[in-house]
Each structure stands twice: as structure tokens, then as C-alpha cells.
Design a protein around this ligand. Structure first.
Ligand SMILES: [Zn+2]
Length: 206
């Protein structure tokens, strides 16, 4: 919160809720981070989760059903795991994609809905779940987004949030190809090149 941004390249266990694990996720790090921020920063009363992993983020959604202080924007492939209808109640803005959606449509939707969500809710803290399992060839995500598209997606989110002066924490969540790590690294370098982060001034952790 003091630095304005943080990236945890190991986090984003968005299928786990406080009660139980699920889908490769053993603990509810997103829920925990939000509770810690709400507890320790009394000026923060509105938190947004921007979940752009290929899968619905049913873990944090189950934890925040009925909460007016947590706004969830979830963009996911509607054809794959988990299809959690109960958890969908917690989503403030739901964008369901068909399998094999490509860059142009995807980036247009991300741009429109991130902008719309931020204007609608005015969060004071943003958690960005930046799964790279949207990348073409991912056998679990089943979407067709290029490496360039992922880097552009991250830039869209970061620039809109940072322009508004809102602290952001990014977690990298799912991504199941050998090339995933390089895409995440390139995206973080791009954020640095665009002055959206400064690699000497924030927190990047494992
Ligand atoms: Zn995923």
C-alpha cells in the first residue's frame, strides 16, 4: 500500500475459498490479502478483484458473496472448470468468453469492462489476478490469446488502475505451458518500460 503496487509471481489461488481448497489451489491468498488490507488500512473501504485468469475465480467469489465492499470483475472461459453457479452470485461484472476467443475481441472486452468497472465502483485497492492460461495452446484455458495480447492486457489493467492512483497487487495465477514464465517476465519488463512500475521501487516477491 505504501509503494502503490506489488507483484507476487507465485500467487493467485482463485479456486480456493476460506472453507476448502480446489483446482490446484490450497489456500485462499486473495481473500486473505483483502482481509489484511481491510483490517490494517481503515481508509480502504472498497476493494476490487479483477480476475482475468481463463477460469472463473470461484474461491474468492464464494468468500465475498453478499459483500458490497468487494467488487468482482471476472472474465473467463464459460466452457471450462469450474462453472460454479453459487459463486457467480458474487460477481459484479461477469464477462463469459467462448473457447478459442482471439486477441481482438478479448482485448476489446478487457478494455471496456475494466474501464466500466473502475468508473462504477471507484475502488481504493485492486487485486489483479493475471492468469496466463488464456494463452494460445493452453490445454486447460482453451483460449487463443497471443503472447503480445497478454502483455497488452496487463498494460491495459495497470495503466487504468495506476492513472487513478489506486494501489494494485498483481498475482500471476494459472498458466500451464513451458513458455508461460517468459511471458510473465516480458510483461513485467513491459510494465517497467512504460513507467507503470519501477523495478527498484515496488515489491516483487515469490
Ligand atoms: Zn486458470
Amino acid at each position: 500500500m505504501e509503494h502503490g503496487w506489488a507483484i507476487n509471481i507465485g500467487g493467485g489461488f482463485h479456486h480456493c475459498c476460506s472453507e476448502e481448497g480446489g483446482g490446484f489451489c490450497a489456500y485462499a491468498d486473495i481473500t486473505l490479502a483483502i482481509y489484511l488490507v481491510l483490517l490494517n488500512y481503515q481508509n480502504v473501504q472498497r476493494v476490487m478483484i479483477i480476475d482475468l485468469d481463463a477460469h472463473q475465480g470461484n474461491g474468492h467469489e464464494r468468500d465475498f458473496i453478499g459483500r458490497r465492499d468487494v467488487y468482482i470483475l471476472d472474465v473467463y472461459n464459460k466452457d471450462i472448470y469450474p462453472g460454479d453457479e453459487l459463486a457467480k452470485q458474487a460477481i459484479s461484472r461477469r464477462v463469459e468468453l467462448f473457447s478459442f476467443t482471439e486477441d481482438e475481441e478479448y482485448l476489446h472486452k478487457v478494455n471496456t469492462h475494466v474501464e466500466g468497472a473502475l468508473n462504477e465502483f471507484h475502488p481504493q485497492f485492486v487485486v489483479y489476478n493475471a492468469g496466463t492460461d488464456i494463452m494460445i495452446g493452453d490445454s486447460l484455458g482453451l483460449l487463443s490469446i497471443s503472447k503480445k495480447g497478454i502483455i497488452e492486457r496487463d498494460e491495459i489493467v495497470w495503466s487504468k488502475v495506476r492513472q487513478r492512483g489506486i494501489p494494485i497487487m498483481m498475482v500471476t495465477s494459472g498458466g500451464y505451458q513451458r513458455s508461460t514464465a517468459a511471458v510473465i517476465a516480458d510483461s513485467i519488463i513491459n510494465l517497467n518500460n512504460k513507467d507503470l512500475i519501477s523495478l527498484s521501487g515496488g515489491i516483487v516477491s515469490l
